[in-house]
Structure formats: C-alpha cells, structure tokens
Design a protein around this ligand. Sequence first.
Ligand code: MN
Length: 285
Amino acid sequence: MTSQARSVATTIEPQRVSDGAGVKLKRSIATATLDYLDPFLLFDHFGSDNPDDYIAGFPMHPHRGIETVTYMHAGVVEHRDSLGHAGSIAAGDVQWMTAGHGILHEEMPQLRGGQLSGFQLWVNLPAKLKLTKPRYQEVAAKRIPEVGRENGVHMRVIAGSVDGVRGAVKEIAADPTYLDVCMPADAVFRQAIPRGHTAFAYVYEGEGQFGVNTKSVGTNVRGPKLVVFTDGDTVEIGAAPAGVKFLLISGQPLHEPVARYGPFVMNTAEEIQQALMDLRNGTFV
Ligand code: MN
C-alpha cells in the first residue's frame, strides 16, 4: 500500500475556561465543540505570568478510568495523592499518571518564578484496564530524549519513536506518540503515525502549514490552536517564516462506549454511580 499523508480534518479554537479552585485555562478537548477525540478526553493549556490565574490550583479530587498526562514548560506544580505519592513537576518534566480504579490527588501550582506554563491531556483507558492498579511514569526533563535534524527541526520525544529514538514514557495501552516539536523558519517536518490512530497537533506558538501533501499546501494555522488530522500514515508540516512550535500527539482509538462525569470516565452510567458510591463510602482507593 502506498503511503498516505494526513490532511487537516478540522482546527479548534481553544476555549477560555476556569477549573479546579479557579485556574484559568485554554481548553481544546472536552468542550461543546469537541467533546471527545477517541482516545483523548481532555486537552488543557495552562499558562500565565499572573499568579492569580493559577495559584488556587486543583485541591484534592478523584480520578477513575483514565490516564492524565501533565507536561510542564515553565513553573512548578506540586503533587500529592491518596497512595502516599508526593513530588513536584517542573519545567520540562512529564507525569503520566494511570488513575485506574482510583486516585485522590491534588495538583498545586507554586509561586516560584511567577510564571506557569504547561499542558494536561486525559487519555481514556480501555474497558479491561479501567480498574487497573494506579501507576506513575514520572520523567524528569533530563531523561526525555531530544532529536535534532539537519534542517534545524528540534524535538523532545515524550512518547513514541522518532528517527530510531524511543520516548521516555513506555508501555501505555493507547500506544501514544507525544512530541514537542520546534521548527525554525520555513523548515519542513514529516513524521510517521500508524494508520488508524487518532492524531492532533496543538500549536502553542508561531504559525505553519499543517497537512502538507503532494496534492495540497496544507492548512495555515496560527497558534494557539488545536489541529485534528484525517487518517493516513504520515503528517507533514511546513513552518512559516517566523517558525512554529507544537505538540504532536496520537493514540489508538478505543471505539468503546463512554460514560463521563467530571473526573470519572467509565463505559456505563452504572459504573459512574459505583464510583460516586465508592467515594461516599470511603472505598474509592
Ligand atoms: Mn487531577
């Protein structure tokens, strides 16, 4: 079969929302426009120079049936949970948390340095893993491999494989790719993504042509914006004269029923009721 370049299915304008105890976010998945991009349940971009926008944080709250992926660009988020886990996620670090059958945790941005910038992605778990044992892959910035190409394109490989370099986060059910790509002026970037996998880019800075292929110059996108790709084997992106920076994320869709209620994502309404009951009865974790 010949290789097929993915084109742009749709671009999403992030919505300004407030979550947790009053953290201001730009949300692109889990909105009225894009409720679910199987297997991705939520995508948030948080960032501000003003501590009032983030300091209230996300006090103790539960999760069940999903994975949450936090990737920081600036600032520090302190993390603590019901299993006795505690730590901080700083600039360049990733925390891939599998909530499984249940976690109660808090995520509190710190004042150090003033600035906060980062991303949180929720990845759905297949029905057979929804009640799995909670686990963490916490990867410090210096352990995330970096790949540089001759044309000046530079990326951090959080998950997936690029030019034979394997990402830091491994053995995740969705077989994800998660790259942070930085492209200089007019550079071109091509990356293989398995056919059938859902793929999107989140453009956080600059401008480029997304979904370039032999038939099309692609769709011009200026950040901040989320770009959803059609199916195919590769994505191709061309940077505008000012360059472009984006996250490229893909994963295997589940094609399973979704019952979601806040931080719980199960397959049926009964399983949601069970989660609420467990929380009330103190049997959640
Ligand atoms: Mn959380």
